[in-house]
Design a protein around this ligand. Structure first.
Ligand SMILES: Nc1nc2c(c(=O)[nH]1)N[C@H]1C(S)=C(S)[C@@H](COP(=O)(O)O)O[C@H]1N2
Ligand SMILES: [Mo]
Length: 436
């Protein structure tokens, strides 16, 4: 395999070499226009010449010798993929105060499968019977309204693809003195991206008739923590969704079944799951979830409150810790970028620790407040390297370095860390979290 693969690359090397930057980053068009000829031919040549263990004397693999398994009512993935799991951790002594993280390094594209969507619960997952569930809108309204799931399903729905990110995401990747040796999912997997379908909250608020003095809403969950957050009325009226479906299915219990608030671009905590009540108010309610938590402590002892939008961020998902490189040669650097401020306009990649940068290709679709996939071809020369990505959104916001964040905000805060992530690759091709 080695020689065959190497030979094919070698025969094309003249054309490729023209586009190689000093750090081995290849012009983005190399993959777009030449990948088929480089890799496709090499792989076919290899398969044609050999039989594998799973093949019998007639040259047919075992799975072609008899009819396959029958049809099934609900799908499961291939058993060979069972190693792709969320990493879960709960506070000791609790049943479900904790989080599970999306294994970002094992996924491609921009949609997170529902089974691998990250979870964050303050008091476990309630088992809610949708027939018993009720949702109340009250407070500063002309007509308090109460809905059951059947009534809600008659309202016009919309579908939007958006990420959701816990504001505690990535804290362990940069706000610790020494770099933590963990994989990409553990460091950054409190972000996922789905198509959310539901009813615009503005329709329901209009029906209830919002009093002109109302500036805020309180959203409360039906879990035993009764988790609740205050949200500005402007956001509630703009793009808030009462989500009922996730990637075409009803929400998973983990993610708020039978209904949740979904606030595009805002910190995940405000997208209250198992939603039971919205109270329209003049002022923020100052719940325990926005005073004791979800504030950002600065070095001078003051705290920022109601820091809702998630900042511009990106991370290279491959190569990354656990997905080691197998010898010098051409690789695709693949990663995700997102911003609570809008859509991603550019991602730059460096393979020399930030000395030089090249512009990555953004895979369509590039959507508002969604994960965006970026790709960059890279010829690794086999020497130690530091790879990193930096995202820029359509408001002009640029993902900052770890050093600049710490200089500006200190290290006491725990939320909204969006520093550039660097992976150090050693001569054996092993990638680890590093600070540069
Ligand atoms: N009712 C309720 N809503 C909740 C939570 C909770 O514990 N209870 N966790 C919040 C937090 S901190 C986050 S980051 C998101 C996570 O959403 P997910 O579990 O669907 O990924 O839900 C938010 N909504
Ligand atoms: Mo969160």
């Amino acid at each position: 395999m080695e020689s065959n693969f190497g030979g094919i690359v070698e025969s094309k090397s003249k054309r490729i070499e023209e586009s190689v930057a000093g750090n081995g980053l290849l012009h983005r068009r190399v993959f777009l226009t030449q990948a088929g000829s480089i890799f496709g031919v090499g792989t076919m040549g290899m398969l044609g010449s050999e039989t594998t263990n799973a093949q019998n004397m007639q040259g047919r693999p075992a799975w072609m010798q008899s009819p396959g398994k029958g049809v099934g009512a609900y799908g499961t993935r291939a058993r060979f993929e069972d190693h792709v799991q969320r990493t879960a951790g709960s506070a000791p002594g609790t049943t479900g105060a904790g989080a599970s993280r999306t294994p970002l390094q094992h996924l491609e594209g921009i949609i997170t499968p529902n089974s691998l969507h990250f979870e964050r619960h303050h008091s476990g997952i309630p088992e809610i019977d949708p027939n018993e569930h009720r949702f109340l809108i009250h407070g500063l309204v002309d007509r308090p309204l109460i809905f059951d799931m059947d009534m809600l399903s008659r309202y016009p729905m919309i579908s939007k693809i958006h990420f959701i990110e816990c504001s505690g995401n990535s804290r362990v990747s940069g706000l610790i003195d020494e770099p933590v040796d963990q994989d990409c999912g553990v460091l950054h997997g409190l972000v996922s991206c789905s198509e959310w379908t539901g009813i615009p909250l503005s329709i329901l608020l209009d029906e209830a008739g919002v009093d002109p003095s109302a500036r805020w809403i309180l959203a409360e969950g039906s879990d035993s923590a009764a988790m609740s957050r205050s949200v500005p009325m402007a956001k509630a009226m703009d793009d808030a969704i009462i989500a009922i479906y996730q990637n075409g299915e009803r929400l998973r219990p983990d993610n708020g079944y039978p209904m949740r608030l979904f606030l595009p671009g805002f910190e995940g905590n405000t997208s209250v799951k198992w939603l039971r009540r919205i109270k329209v108010t003049a002022e923020p309610t100052m719940t325990k979830d926005e005073t004791s938590k979800y504030t950002d402590l600065l070095d001078d002892g003051t705290s920022l409150m109601f820091t809702y939008p998630m900042a511009v961020k990106s991370v290279i998902t491959s190569p990354s810790p656990g997905l080691d490189l197998n010898g010098a040669g051409i690789y695709e650097i693949s990663g995700i970028a997102w911003s609570g401020g809008g859509h991603i306009s550019k991602v730059e990649v460096s393979a020399d620790g930030g000395l030089t940068w090249g512009e990555a290709a953004l895979s369509e679709p590039v959507l508002d407040r969604s994960l965006t996939r970026f790709r960059m071809a890279w010829r690794w020369n086999g020497a130690p390297a530091v790879i990193m990505s930096r995202a820029i959104d359509n408001t002009g916001a640029i993902q900052p370095t770890r050093d600049s964040i710490i200089a500006e905000k200190g290290m006491k805060f725990a939320y909204h860390y969006n520093g550039i992530q660097s992976w150090a690759i050693d001569a054996e091709g092993r990638a680890v979290n590093t600070y540069v």
